[in-house]
Design a protein around this ligand. Structure first.
Ligand SMILES: [Zn+2]
Length: 462
């Protein structure tokens, strides 16, 4: 059905102006002030956006939905994750394909695609994790890139599980450079963490409050420096995921200033939660265990200022949903067995609006850039996604900045038994969310079609 969004204030990464948007099908076909509804075909759906912002659909560049991890599986599937994403204004997800070291990469790619197909209501694509890179499997990665996934994920963390040897890391980054593939990286020194974890556990320091001390900021900064050294030698474009602290941001910026092609992602838990949450008594801190860990509060201003100055390119979530009962409590005897993750896919945009824009830490333009446009540019989706332009996909968020409420488990669509932001003040909400011209969410309710989401095949851009 054709769609007219009228009377709104359009906010992109660079512009702020009044105009109406008409979508004849799945893309934006007219963009001008005062489109007369009488000039449109009968049956056109009209959305009144008076007093509202209209944003390009938000993109989350770092999520986990199907995730076998630490002996269990993340709690969402594409249906629940899509509902959560859409009511929160996110219309495109980039999920990490995370196979185990013994799995064949191409089979993993097909498995992850199968998990999304038929259940996604958002559009989606993937970053392909490289957990080993011997000669035998390299052609599989070339095939995956050719199939539309020109971005890798590597882990410098998780010794004995996901982390790559330096030999394989160098080889993977070399092939990435040749193919124009950007390498996203979890930057923490795996061996240092392993040694610190063993020492803490041996000293009887087993609670969730010891997760943070087992991976201090210098360990992350070391990982960033290491990745950037290889990028410096090879010319590969790299992207540090969930960059959590001043030390790590500085390491990335120092590399950038010497010419390394490095981009920085931060994720919403690090912008609004600090280490005291992971120190909560009675094991409640386990709800707030993720890696890198939540940091000292002073780091939050560094991250907000990084986004404001656009030194930090993107705000994702690292959404990785594990329930408190039955999953997080696998780590009752030792923090190293607590599944990592703080689900945030539904709350990200409203948290950035409430604690960034409304507190004058960010402009609306910077919010759109960090939560949508930069991810589209870096990962080959722009201007199909991340823009309000004629010809762009009609992924649009009509946003009510005057809405007042609180975040709560009751309103959460994710399949977990807690909400990390429960009871927090919330300023603003998506009123209407469209994906390729069809309304998928209204006022916190999913009204769309499960299975309508499409795989986005991308071209190498670096
Ligand atoms: Zn992640």
């Amino acid at each position: 059905m054709p769609l007219l969004i009228r009377g709104g204030r359009l906010i992109t990464a660079t512009d702020d102006y009044a105009a109406d948007i008409y979508c004849a099908g799945e893309t934006i076909t007219r963009l001008e002030p005062g489109i007369d509804p009488k000039s449109l075909p009968p049956g056109t759906e009209i959305v009144d956006a008076t007093g509202r912002f209209v944003f390009p659909g938000f993109i989350d560049p770092h999520v986990h939905i199907y995730l076998p991890f630490m002996g269990t599986f993340a709690a969402d599937d594409y249906a629940s994750a899509s509902r959560a994403a859409l009511v929160g204004g996110t219309t495109t997800l980039i999920e990490m394909i995370c196979p185990g070291p013994a799995d064949e990469p191409w089979e993993a790619f097909e498995l992850w695609r199968a998990k999304a197909h038929g259940l996604a209501a958002v559009d989606y694509t993937f970053h392909m994790s490289v957990v080993r890179f011997e000669e035998r499997v390299r052609d599989q990665f070339r095939k995956i890139v050719a199939a539309g996934v020109p971005s890798f994920k590597v882990f410098l963390a998780y010794k004995g599980a996901l982390n790559l040897t330096d030999e394989h890391l160098f080889a993977a980054m070399k092939v990435a450079q040749e193919l124009g593939v950007i390498v996203t990286a979890h930057c923490e020194n795996a061996d240092a963490i392993d040694a610190l974890q063993k020492a803490l556990l041996a000293a009887g320091q087993t609670g969730p409050e010891w997760h943070g001390p087992s991976r201090p900021p210098v360990v992350e900064a070391d990982g960033v420096h290491h990745l950037c050294t290889f990028a410096d030698l090879l010319g590969t474009h790299v992207y540090t995921v969930h960059t959590s602290c001043d030390e790590a941001v500085r390491a990335a910026l120092a590399a950038r200033y010497r010419g390394v092609n490095v981009w920085i992602e931060s994720v919403i838990p690090h912008l609004v939660l600090d280490e005291t949450y992971a120190e909560r008594p009675d094991f409640e801190g386990a709800k707030y265990v993720m890696s890198p860990p939540l940091r000292a509060k002073r780091n939050q201003e560094v991250l907000w200022n990084g986004v404001k100055s656009r030194a930090i390119s993107t705000i994702g979530t690292d959404h990785a949903p594990f329930s408190f009962r039955g999953q997080k409590d696998m780590g009752k005897e030792g923090f190293t067995r607590i599944p990592n993750g703080i689900p945030s896919i539904q709350e990200r945009v409203d948290l950035v609006h409430t604690y960034g824009v409304a507190q004058e830490r960010l402009t609306l333009n910077a919010m759109v850039d960090a939560c949508s446009t930069q991810a589209a540019r870096l990962f080959g989706l722009y201007p199909k996604k991340g823009a309000i332009r004629i010809g762009s996909d009609a992924d649009l968020v009509v946003y009510d900045p005057a809405y007042r409420g609180t975040f709560s488990k009751a309103e959460s669509h994710s399949n977990v038994d807690y909400n990390a932001y429960d009871g927090w003040e919330r300023l603003g909400r998506a009123s209407v969310v469209t994906v390729r011209g069809a309304i998928q969410a209204r006022d916190g309710k999913f009204v769309g079609t499960i299975g309508r989401g499409q795989f986005l095949a991308r071209e190498p851009t670096h």
